[in-house]
Design a protein around this ligand. Sequence first.
Ligand code: ZN
Length: 444
Amino acid sequence: MTLLVRAGLLFTGSEEIENGWVLARDGVIDEIGSGQPPHADEVVDEPNCVAVPGLVNSHDHMYQWATRGYAPDGTLFEWLRTLYPIWARIDADSVRASARAAMARLLLCGCTLSTDHHYVFPSGRKGIFEALVDAARELGIRFHPCRGSMSLGESRGGLPPDSVVEDEDAILASTEDVIHRFHDPRPGSMCRVVVAPCSPFSVTPRLMAESAALARRHGVRLHTHVAETLDEEKFCLERFGKRPMQLMEDLGWTGDDVWFAHGIHLDDAEVGRVAETKTGIAHCPSSNMRLGAGACRVADLLRAGARVGLGVDGAASNEYANLTGEVHQALLLARVHGGPGALDARSAWRLATQGGAECLGRDDCGALAPGKCADVALFRIDDLVHAGVADALASLVLAPPSRAEAVVVDGRVVVREGRLLTADQEAIAREIGAVSARLRKAAG
Ligand SMILES: [Zn+2]
């Protein structure tokens, strides 16, 4: 099965090719060229589009689609305290509806590979992780679900209420179980499992350390939240006598198999350690701005040689949830502190593609080249916002599109003419509306 994707401009991640094309065979890129293309079984021909490597979402909490719009003016800890009791009510059905909404939104904005950091497993609710994996298979997105966890409840000095934390041995056993059932390490994989205790203020150092050992025994990656707010820094200094980054390093949580969400409050030495250890950072500018958490030092991290990706974060702290919007926000936010030279448009695209793929450990994704996965996103440049604009690639960052025109994942067309082909997007919207209303009502 061959697929040909043609576009007015093809950005491979390093090269820009006018009237370029990509030929994919069985989900893998066979050839890239310009001008007269070869024959293919299926064709996506968009002369008024820019084609880029499929975007990579390196941090998310998909279940949060069912709880958007809460604590709109709160700090992270205030927002979390508002939401924990509502999250305590989620089950496999609400998680499935949320994941379908999150994944539909991601695909429709050009994202082809996403992680999901799921860390809420209320006692007795079965099938939550399975619901996430099923939704990704149904919608056709390449997926790295994290088996997240919380174990440090309020009664033991943590932030979350005891009702949403789990027993640590049960967490480790369940994590091992989902790795055995769902992790596919092969090149071109559509599903890889990640081990991901939630944060220094919601799990114990023992669980962090044992999670890292478990992940390394199985050759899977590690993910968690680090240095998101000054409240977290204060918590770590008071409880452990260390800054968050030092705590994580002492627990074995640095290396090229680890990536952190946020990494905002890092001092110069910590920026250097992140780069030296090849630890990745998932930058989530909209969520960080919504929660007033601060600004990740993206320009400093890149200068130090660190791996930096972009994430929408959960929709409860980024209701727009558009990954091309994060490319836009990353560029603007970097310039607030660093001036117009802090981040250029092409580097911003690379954060959302190659940078994210590096965080997720995918050397087969994040760029368009022979042998890479056939994951491509196409954006119109003949609409009212973009028609006639100079430098199409930069203009898509300065004026982010509200949706992609076409999206290909694993050589399969999943979005065409801005419509999802793998599921009914209106039905998904109705369903997430009903599930959100039910949770809101139950919360009183
Ligand atoms: Zn997060």
